[in-house]
Design a protein around this ligand. Structure first.
Ligand code: URA
Length: 426
C-alpha cells in the first residue's frame, strides 16, 4: 500500500479533489491504529461533511471500515441470512417483534447484532436487558446453535465489528459531523455488512424523531445505503417510515418489552404492526420466502419463538420485569382530539425520566419511560390523562414535563391518519 500522510488526504477532500482508494484505505486504518490523530480525522470528517463522497469513494471507505475488524461468516446454517436495521426512532421496538416473527415464518435465519441507546432513541440491547437473566453476549458457537434451534437471535455486536466506526462515530458526535449522509451510510453499512447478513432491509425513519427530517433526505440516505449494500454483495432494500410521533404507545425499556409481548400475542397497536409486517414482507421478498406475516403474528407461533429466544440467552420471559417507583400523568388541557405529538421531545423526556443515557457510560433505569394513553387522532376530554410518566426518582419528572409541555397539540378535529410506510427504495 502506498504511503500517505493525513494532511494530504485532508487537503484533497477540502479542495474537492477525488480521493484515491489507497488514500482512503490508509487513512481509515491509520486512524484506527492511532497513527492519525483525532484532530486530523475530525478535519477529514468535516471535509466529507461539506463536500461529500462519490459512490466509488464511499464503497472504498465502507470496505476500509469493515477491514479494520472481522467480517462474520455464519456457516452451516443452510438458510438465507436476513437482517434489518433501523436508523433509530422513539418507541421503535420493531426488532423485538420482527426477530421471533421471522423465526416463526421459517425458511430464513435472522442473526441481529444490536446496540445500546444513546440520546433520544432507545437501544435494542437495553430493552432486552430489562428481561431478568437475559444477557447479550454470545460466542460464535452459541449463536450458530441458536440460529439452528430457534431461527433468530439478538446479540451485542462484539468490539471487532468495524472498530474504525466506534472511534469515528465518537469523534463525529463531538465535532458536529454526525448528520452527513455518506458518514451515516458508511457507519451503518460497515457494521451490517461485517455482521455477516446476506439480505438486509433498512428502516429509514423520517420526521421529528429521526435523523432525517424530510422525505428527500431520507430517500437519499436510503439510496446511498442500498447502493453500498448491493455493491458489497448484500441484497439490500429500504422502507422510509414515518417517525413524527412515537411508534406504538410505549417508550422505555420494560414498557417496550411489554408492548412487544402484547404485539406477539396479536394485540399490537396499528402503527407498530404495520411497520413490522411491512419489514417482514420486504425481508421475505428479498430472500424469496413465501408466507403471510400478519397471519403468523396473530397465530401464537411468533410468541413461542420469543420465549425460546429469551431462554437461549439466560432470560426468563415469565419473570416479573423491573417497574418504576413513581408514576405521574400529563392531563389534557381541553376537550377535542390530540392532533400532534412530537416524537423527539417524547424521546428526550423519556431519557430525562431515566430510560436512556446522555453519555455512553450512564446506566439506564429499566422501568422508566412514557406510556402514550392518547395518540394523535384520538379523542380526549379536558382533564383526561394523555401520557403516563414513569421514573425511579421523583425529581426526574420536572425536567421531563418541561419538554412535554410543548410536545402535544390539541384541536377540534382528528387529523387524517397517514400510513406509516411512506415508500420503498430498491
Ligand atoms: N447510526 C450509526 O450507526 N451511525 C451513524 O452515523 C448514525 C446512526
Amino acid at each position: 500500500m502506498a504511503t500517505w500522510d493525513a494532511t494530504t488526504v485532508i487537503m484533497l477532500k477540502r479542495d474537492k479533489e477525488p480521493l484515491p482508494a489507497e488514500a482512503i484505505k490508509w487513512f481509515i486504518k491509520a486512524y484506527t491504529d492511532g497513527v492519525v490523530a483525532d484532530e486530523q480525522a475530525s478535519a477529514l470528517a468535516m471535509a466529507v461533511f461539506l463536500n461529500g463522497l462519490s459512490d466509488d469513494e464511499l464503497t472504498v471507505w465502507t470496505q476500509a471500515m469493515i477491514d479494520t475488524g472481522v467480517r462474520v461468516k455464519h456457516t452451516g446454517i443452510g438458510l438465507p441470512l436476513v437482517d434489518k436495521h433501523s436508523t433509530g426512532g422513539v418507541g421503535d421496538k420493531v426488532s423485538l417483534i420482527l426477530c421471533p416473527l421471522i423465526a416463526a415464518i421459517g425458511g430464513m435465519a435472522m442473526p441481529q447484532l444490536a446496540g445500546r441507546g444513546l440520546g433520544h432513541t432507545g437501544g435494542t440491547i437495553d430493552k432486552m436487558e430489562s428481561i431478568p437473566g437475559w444477557h447479550p453476549e454470545m460466542s460464535p458457537e452459541a449463536m450458530k446453535a441458536a440460529l439452528l434451534d430457534v431461527g433468530a437471535v439478538i446479540a451485542a455486536a462484539s468490539g471487532d465489528i468495524a472498530p474504525a466506526d466506534k472511534k469515528l462515530y465518537a469523534l463525529r458526535d463531538t465535532t458536529g459531523t454526525v448528520a452527513s449522509i455518506p458518514l451515516i451510510a458508511s457507519s451503518i453499512m460497515s457494521k451490517k455488512i461485517a455482521g455477516g447478513t446476506e439480505y438486509l432491509v433498512l428502516d429509514v425513519k423520517v420526521g421529528r424523531g429521526a435523523f432525517m427530517r424530510n422525505v428527500d433526505d431520507a430517500r437519499q440516505l436510503a439510496e446511498t445505503m442500498v447502493g453500498i449494500g448491493n455493491r458489497a454483495g448484500v441484497k439490500t432494500s429500504a422502507l422510509l417510515t414515518r417517525m413524527d410521533q412515537p411508534l406504538g404507545r410505549m417508550v422505555g425499556n420494560t414498557l417496550e418489552v411489554d408492548e412487544s409481548v402484547e404485539t406477539l400475542a396479536g394485540n399490537g397497536p396499528r402503527d407498530l404492526v404495520e411497520v413490522t409486517v411491512a419489514l417482514a414482507e420486504e425481508m421475505m421478498a428479498l430472500a424469496g420466502v413465501p408466507g403471510d406475516p400478519r397471519q403468523v403474528l396473530g397465530s401464537g407461533g411468533a410468541m413461542d419463538k420469543w420465549d425460546a429466544m429469551v431462554r437461549v440467552q439466560g432470560g426468563d420471559p415469565d419473570a416479573p420485569r423491573e417497574r418504576a417507583n413513581y408514576r405521574q400523568e400529563v392531563l389534557s388541557p381541553r376537550s377535542g382530539f390530540v392532533t400532534y405529538m412530537d416524537a423527539l421531545n417524547v424521546g428526550l423526556a423519556s431519557m430525562r425520566l431515566g430510560a436512556g443515557r446522555t453519555r455512553k457510560e450512564d446506566a439506564v433505569s429499566f422501568g422508566a419511560g412514557i406510556e402514550v394513553l392518547k395518540k394523535p387522532g384520538e379523542a380526549v376530554e379536558i382533564g383526561e390523562p394523555v401520557l403516563a410518566l414513569y421514573a425511579d426518582k421523583e425529581p426526574r419528572f420536572a425536567g421531563a414535563r418541561e419538554l412535554l409541555e410543548e410536545a402535544i397539540a390539541y384541536g377540534p378535529e382528528a387529523p387524517p391518519a397517514l400510513p406509516v410506510v411512506i415508500e420503498r427504495v430498491t
